[in-house]
Design a protein around this ligand. Structure first.
Ligand code: SF4
Ligand code: SF4
Length: 121
């Protein structure tokens, strides 16, 4: 794979090198206490071409609430970067779900199916 930062730029149009680690994205994230790496830590990994960014649980825990994107003083769309990392995983077939194989599909809350469909297909 090409450099991770270049790949994210290609998929999302976001330049991770703009981040100067002010921490605002992590401070305002409502899912931060569930994450293994705060949003700016994930971005730092991408800057360093550290492929562990693709294995961070945080990219799946992100609720795409856009709080980080609104607060970033560098106008980085952090939520979009998280989605870009998920996209890389899904395209590599490393993190997908086949909804046809989910048991008791009709018993699941529709919002859970929509969320799973958005993230894992
Ligand atoms: S808010 Fe923006 S500049 Fe600050 S750490 Fe997060 S991504 Fe970087
Ligand atoms: S979009 Fe994701 S990373 Fe950003 S504040 Fe919301 S949950 Fe946190």
């Amino acid at each position: 794979m090409t450099n991770l930062a270049d790949k994210i730029l290609e998929i999302t149009g976001e330049d991770v090198y703009l981040c100067y680690f002010c921490g605002k994205c992590g401070a305002g994230c409502p899912m931060a206490d569930k994450m293994d790496h705060l949003p700016y830590q994930v971005i730092h990994m991408v800057q360093l071409n550290d492929m562990n960014a693709l294995n961070a649980k945080s990219i799946w825990i992100c609720a795409t609430c856009f709080t980080c994107s609104v607060r970033c003083p560098r106008n980085l769309d952090v939520a979009r970067i998280m989605e870009g990392l998920r996209t890389i995983k899904v395209r590599a077939q490393q993190q997908t779900i086949d909804l046809r194989k989910v048991e008791d599909l009709e018993k699941l809350p529709p919002i859970a199916l929509v969320a799973a469909g958005r993230k894992y297909t």
